[in-house]
Design a protein around this ligand. Sequence first.
Ligand SMILES: Nc1ncnc2c1ncn2[C@@H]1O[C@H](COP(=O)(O)OP(=O)(O)OP(=O)(O)O)[C@@H](O)[C@H]1O
Length: 260
Amino acid sequence: MLNIAGLNQFYGGSHTLWDVHFDMAAGSCVCLMGRNGVGKTTLLKCIMGLIAVRDGNINYDGAALSHAKPELRAELGIGYVPQGREIFPLLTVEENLKIGLRAVRKQGIKSIPEHIYDIFPVLKQMLKRRGGDLSGGQQQQLAIGRALVLNPKLLILDEPTEGIQPNIVSEIGDVIIRLNRTKGLPTQLLKVGDEAKDEIREGIVKIKNELGVTILLVEQKLPFARKVADQFYIMDRGRGVAAGKMAELNEDMVKRYLTV
Ligand SMILES: Nc1ncnc2c1ncn2[C@@H]1O[C@H](COP(=O)(O)OP(=O)(O)OP(=O)(O)O)[C@@H](O)[C@H]1O
């Protein structure tokens, strides 16, 4: 789904990403790991077209992204929640969510999809509150909710648990798992609709629609990363140095590349 080859990036004269190769398959949940300053956010920003790439290729579902305008990502179904969340503090929750709608008008999505409130009920309760008055955890839910308005196929999250209290961290973990993994709900469940009440059938269709999102996240908290992701990709000093199934992430790699 996302394929990166030979990617190099510079901040002025400073060579930050070195010949990065990275592949992720549709349906996976990949955690981008590494110590502070190794280039994780920079890689995400390259994918999102927010900073220029010196050379190399970024391909998403057959589309070449390396030199494409940032807007193309939303059109292709790539949602992004940046580090620090970047919600609009003076706008209400509803207004923040509506900002996501601009990018999807072409797809005929004109109002905030109801399933966003199923996933984050707190947003419905707080629709008229200003973004800046929400707690850190609520702001993160708002930032993820805003990205979900796009109905993304690929959702990119940069440190979604940073600065958030532990109980909300685990809620956010559950949401990521729910978005990513419930794909493949048996189709016979849909067929029971003949006898089932409309409500139930609608609920199942909704769940099917909201799920199966491919996820790429940067995360420093190891237990969280192990819980939500099925693959890891480790960076060190601007280079990709290890990748594999999360179950294969061993103590040696943790010591070598992750612990401070
Ligand atoms: N706008 C910028 N201009 C110049 N150098 C930058 C800029 N942004 C980041 N850097 C540098 O590029 C390197 C990679 O930074 P990046 O933020 O991608 O790392 P990271 O792995 O995401 O770290 P963290 O976990 O701290 O966010 C660091 O040395 C950083 O100081």
